[in-house]
Design a protein around this ligand. Structure first.
Ligand code: FAD
Length: 255
């Protein structure tokens, strides 16, 4: 247990009782922030409020995400390690971290290994963590893509769970897509990257025509479910709309 903002909900509302609970919150190894030449390494146990303060806007995609995550009270406790550990398909951290091509640094008595986040989520609420392993840190490679946005579609604008969450990271060269990464939540059993859409956009001009066609690709790439937060049709429509919104907000850099 780290901040307990998922785990204690299970205890209170679903009467989950663990035989043994280990509190990771006092481990200094999990309370780190290191800015190296090739990546930023964020300790898995740093609270989101603290992380926001430490980063001071240096990772703009995270800056967009923080205010949309729960409330200040929850952000004072919640951690990246817990957000990944809980592996919710509608968690907001995974789409953002997938778009940033983050890696999870996992540690156990046997040593350390690094798992790209795209391989970390192995099924509905399942992860690549082995028994006895914890997430020590999250690594975000540098340099960051210059254009990035996070969009959260939810019933309430603030302090709500996502119906669909989408994060985009883009690098253009002379108006052509040189690099695009799209991380999504709420459209599959796990958080996902939109590989087909990324491949479709790669090397194409970042213009309205391309993005309209890419919106069709992304709508066809996933089969979301119907639930009380939104129908499958609504979620599918949102995928294309959010891509077009991202284009509308970044198009001027392509001119
Ligand atoms: C009111 C409310 C609003 C919320 N809003 C949002 C929201 O807007 N967006 C969102 O994404 N989530 C939201 N959440 C869910 C929750 O706050 C996040 O998932 C949070 O990041 C969990 O972090 P934590 O440190 O509290 O995890 P904990 O509850 O301590 O742990 C969660 C799970 O992760 C495991 N875990 C924790 N740390 C590690 C580690 N270092 N290594 C391996 N496993 C670990 C635990 O064993 C447990 O299974 C909300 C929760 C509440 C109660």
């Amino acid at each position: 247990m780290a901040g307990g903002t998922d785990l204690v909900v299970e205890v209170n509302q679903r009467f989950a009782r663990a035989e043994v609970l280990l509190d990771l919150s006092a481990l200094p190894e999990l309370q780190t922030l290191q800015w190296g030449p090739d990546y930023v390494e964020i300790g898995a146990g740093v609270s989101l409020s603290e992380l926001e303060r430490w980063l001071a806007g240096r990772i703009p995609l995270l800056s967009e995400w923080f205010p949309l995550f729960a409330s200040r009270l929850i952000r004072n406790r919640a951690t990246l390690g817990g957000n990944l550990g809980t592996a919710s398909p509608i968690g907001d951290g995974p789409p953002v971290l997938l778009a940033l091509e983050a890696e999870a640094v996992l540690v156990s008595a046997a040593g350390e290994r690094v798992v790209p986040l795209e391989r970390f989520f192995t099924g509905y609420r399942q992860t690549a963590l082995s028994p006895g392993e914890v997430i020590r840190a999250v690594r975000i490679p540098l340099p960051l893509a210059p254009q990035a946005r996070f969009y959260k579609v939810s019933k309430r604008r603030l302090d709500d769970i996502s119906t669909v969450a989408a994060a985009f990271a883009l690098r253009l060269e002379a108006g052509v897509v040189q690099h695009i990464r799209i991380g999504l939540g709420g459209v599959a059993a796990t958080p996902v990257r939109a590989y087909q859409t990324e491949a479709f956009l790669q090397g194409k001009p970042w213009d309205e025509r391309t993005v309209r066609a890419a919106a069709e690709v992304i709508r066809g790439e996933f089969r979301p479910i119907d639930d009380h937060r939104g129908s499958a049709a609504y979620r599918t429509a949102m995928l294309g709309n959010l891509l077009q919104k991202f284009h509308a907000e970044t198009a001027e850099v392509a001119v």
